[in-house]
Design a protein around this ligand. Structure first.
Ligand SMILES: Nc1ncnc2c1ncn2[C@@H]1O[C@H](COP(=O)(O)OP(=O)(O)OP(=O)(O)O)[C@@H](O)[C@H]1O
Ligand SMILES: [Mg+2]
Length: 276
């Protein structure tokens, strides 16, 4: 069994207008790890994700799923898309069915599951994303945040091995953002590899097991969040900010409130414990 669920090797992609969006990009996403991909606008995150389930084909280089090169024929791409589910950045590009229920059932029906299994999966996905009450609503009438949750339910119902979410918490209110993060934790605990792209350094810092930093079509840094976010040069190079926790932690050390050997806390609760 491969240690990495998705790999990109010397990946290059040029859009038809000539934009060189991915430049010899290399990365290996460890199986089962909660992975965050960070990078400023235009770094290439969404373009990379579109390669992970074969929507885009590399101009040069290789994409691997579960240790095997992606093959670009209809049958194999269908199989890949069963295993790698992508929640798009813009929900309107994903939603097309009449009602929320129909929308979420479309994927599972399309892969030939029985009606009973489809019903169970759709109910589970709606409960997990908290959208039961929207079941019969036409998707075009939903608010942006509601649409976002429907698109997550869409992919959840497919029970993929890897769930990729492009900017999952953008536009969600704090309650639903927290709920979504909790949901990603549950999905991860059930053995699915969850991969997010985000500009939210605080979310990436406290949520992820492993972080990749992208800039201008390349991966320019990777590692555990404490390692990556302690690297000021890397964070500045990627036009990102440091998580507030790292800033406060360093200030507390500088002021002598914490000993220099203290381990960086991962969240607010851990920091408060340290201060007490
Ligand atoms: N359909 C397209 N045609 C031409 N260029 C494109 C297209 N889509 C994206 N690009 C370009 O490719 C580069 C990477 O874009 P991409 O959307 O992958 O970045 P991103 O990291 O997802 O950014 P954001 O944080 O804004 O979502 C950018 O320079 C962008 O302008
Ligand atoms: Mg994007």
């Amino acid at each position: 069994m491969a240690d990495y669920i998705l790999e990109a090797e010397n990946l290059n992609y040029r859009y038809p207008d000539g934009t060189h969006a991915l430049k010899n990009l290399c990365l290996k996403i460890p199986k089962g790890q909660k992975t965050a991909i960070l990078g400023s606008n235009g770094a290439g995150k969404s373009t990379l994700f579109l390669h992970f389930n074969g929507i885009l084909k590399p101009t040069a280089g290789t994409v691997r799923f579960n240790g095997k090169d992606v093959v670009y024929n209809k049958k194999q791409l269908l199989e890949l898309r069963k295993n790698v589910g992508i929640v798009f950045q813009d929900p309107d590009s994903q939603l097309f069915s009449a009602s929320v229920y129909q929308e979420i059932s479309f994927g599972p029906l399309n892969i030939g599951l029985t009606e009973k299994t489809v019903r169970e999966r759709v109910e589970q996905a709606m409960t997990a994303t908290g959208i039961n009450e929207l079941k019969d609503k036409p998707t075009h009438m939903l608010s942006y945040g509601q649409k976002k949750r429907v698109t997550i339910a869409d992919i959840l119902a497919m029970e993929p091995l890897a769930l990729i979410c492009d900017e999952p918490t953008a536009w969600l209110d704090p309650k639903h953002a927290k709920q979504t993060v909790r949901l990603f934790n549950e999905i991860s605990n059930n053995g699915t590899t969850v991969i997010l792209s985000t500009h939210d350094v605080d979310l990436a810092y406290s949520w992820a097991d492993y972080v990749f930093i992208m800039s201008d079509g390349r991966v320019i840094g990777e590692g555990t969040p404490d390692k990556v976010f302690s690297d000021d040069i890397l964070i500045r190079k990627a036009d990102l900010d440091r998580p507030w926790l790292v800033d406060v932690f360093e200030m507390l050390i500088k002021k002598g409130c914490l000993s220099v050997n203290t381990v960086l806390p991962r969240n607010k609760e851990e920091l408060f414990d340290l201060i007490q």
